[in-house]
Write a protein that binds this ligand. Structure first.
Ligand SMILES: Nc1ncnc2c1ncn2[C@@H]1O[C@H](COP(=O)(O)OP(=O)(O)OP(=O)(O)O)[C@@H](O)[C@H]1O
Length: 265
């Protein structure tokens, strides 16, 4: 349904959550991200699209310093979350990743119970004072991930025993349990069947009410369905970034036009 208020907010970007300037990434000698500037809006789904190897995942991983875990990776530039530079020496990456959660391509629940998967982050970060509070956090996270009804009678069962789509929703519950502000999703539906994909896409739309969501996707249809803003990457450059409708109907760069019409990629 067309939402003029949302359209206005997304178009004017009056609510910036993340502001990246001059971001460059190298893996050894490979220059994977070249001088990227981008502002990510709050309570909006932003899609990163582009051909394989163009740097979408690399840039996504810059947003919660996941590239720190890759030895050969070197990141330059500034990324502000609200007004704080996340690459400042005083920022603890573990705390940062509680604020900027991540969901991966392949569902990767811990070999623990459904309950313990979700309770893991809140326990580490001391978010609950007692068992009742932890129970509440777990329930809220599972509800937000649209998994509560399916999981409430088997909270002690292993997370790995769920179906693929349920496992991915469990990973989303695990990510939202620490009350993040931003949720990064790296091709979250690529291992899911169409029904599970539709459920996760619906969930992404609901998550937008509370979080800034950034999703890497290979599927232009998915980007068009779930996002309000889209960034097109090509050969490590951010070629074009705009309101999703405009990217898919009236892009301004010929490289974007070629990609969305299937001529490159
Ligand atoms: N851990 C790594 N070590 C070395 N090079 C890497 C690493 N990860 C990515 N690269 C290189 O960086 C470039 C960008 O890769 P990246 O995975 O970010 O692209 P992508 O657009 O997400 O690709 P895909 O859509 O295939 O997942 C590629 O040239 C890739 O080979």
């Amino acid at each position: 349904m067309y939402d003029a208020k949302l359209d206005e907010r997304v178009t004017t970007m009056d609510d910036i959550k993340i502001s990246a300037r001059g971001v460059q990434v190298w893996y050894g000698d490979t220059h994977a991200i070249k001088d990227v500037d981008v502002d990510i809006a709050d309570r909006t789904v932003t899609a990163f699209i582009g051909p394989s190897g163009c740097g979408k995942s690399t840039f996504l991983r810059c947003l919660n310093r996941m590239n720190d875990t890759i030895d050969s990776a070197r990141v330059e530039g500034t990324i502000l979350l609200d007004d704080e530079n996340i690459y400042d020496k005083r920022v603890d990456p573990v705390q940062l990743r509680a604020k900027v959660g991540m969901v991966f391509q392949k569902p990767n629940p811990f070999p623990k119970s459904i309950y313990d998967n979700v309770a893991y982050g809140p326990r580490i970060h001391g978010l609950a004072r007692n068992k009742a509070e932890l129970d509440d956090i777990v329930e809220k996270a599972l509800r937000r991930a649209a998994l509560w009804n399916e999981a409430k009678d088997r909270l002690q069962a292993p997370g790995t025993g769920l179906s693929g789509g349920q496992q991915q929703r469990l990973c989303i519950a695990r990510a939202v349990a620490t009350e993040p502000e931003v949720l990064l999703m790296d091709e979250p539906c690529s291992a899911l069947d169409p029904i599970a994909t539709a459920q996760v896409e619906e969930l992404i739309d609901e998550l937008r009410e509370n979080f800034s969501v950034v999703i890497v996707t290979h599927s232009m249809q998915q980007a068009a369905r779930v996002s309000q803003r889209t960034a097109f990457f090509h050969l490590g450059n951010l070629v074009e970034y705009d309101v999703t409708d405009r990217i898919f109907t009236n892009p301004s760069d010929p490289r974007t036009e070629s990609y969305i019409s299937g001529r490159i990629g």
